[in-house]
Design a binder for this molecule. Structure first.
Ligand SMILES: [Zn+2]
Length: 177
């Protein structure tokens, strides 16, 4: 995310800190289609007055990685991974997984579930957790919606950019950028 170096990156799939337990990307970089990236920078800047910022977990994802997720996820948990026959909006460079952080320390704000929690706690409508956790989730959702992103029905951290249909599925590996 070269457009704003103050956006923090915690790219889980470039490390072993993800549900696959191993690095899936060749480099720790976040890519989005340009209009989505520009919108995300506006979200990040709008959060500054609250002392907050964005931390990105994932953005563009090559199609072959979506296929690996599907192939290695048990059938009972496949609601949480994209079917490679349709592809993911991450494959189009128009989806981003992210959370809020303290602008100064970079510490992630508490949310009702961790990233990639494959349970009902991940839903943006989950009513459990603490009042503060739910309030943080709402701040993130409202800030993203204000710039044209829509939250995923099952994952509070996943947002799709409104123009995603205009972009095709890509399978360009990270090593090609
Ligand atoms: Zn996602």
């Amino acid at each position: 995310m070269k457009l704003d170096s103050t956006i923090r990156l915690d790219l889980r799939y470039a490390s072993s800190n993800n549900f696959m337990g191993r690095p899936m990307y060749g480099s720790a970089r976040a890519f989005l289609q340009r209009p989505a990236a520009d919108a995300l920078v506006r979200v990040h800047r709008a959060l500054r007055h609250r002392g907050l910022g964005l931390t990105i977990f994932d953005a563009y994802r090559p199609w072959r990685v979506t296929k690996q997720f599907w192939d290695e996820t048990p059938a009972a948990k496949r609601a949480y991974v994209a079917d490679p026959r349709r592809g993911s909006i991450h494959n189009r460079g128009c989806a981003v997984d992210l959370t809020l952080c303290d602008q100064r320390t970079g510490k992630e704000l508490p949310m009702p579930s961790p990233f990639d929690d494959f349970s009902l706690r991940a839903s943006p409508r989950y009513g459990g957790g603490t009042v503060q956790e739910r309030a943080n989730r709402e701040i993130l959702r409202r800030a993203m919606e204000a710039e044209g992103f829509t939250v995923n029905r099952g994952e509070w951290w996943h947002f799709d950019y409104r123009e995603w249909r205009e972009y095709g599925i890509l399978d360009i590996p990270f090593t090609a950028f």
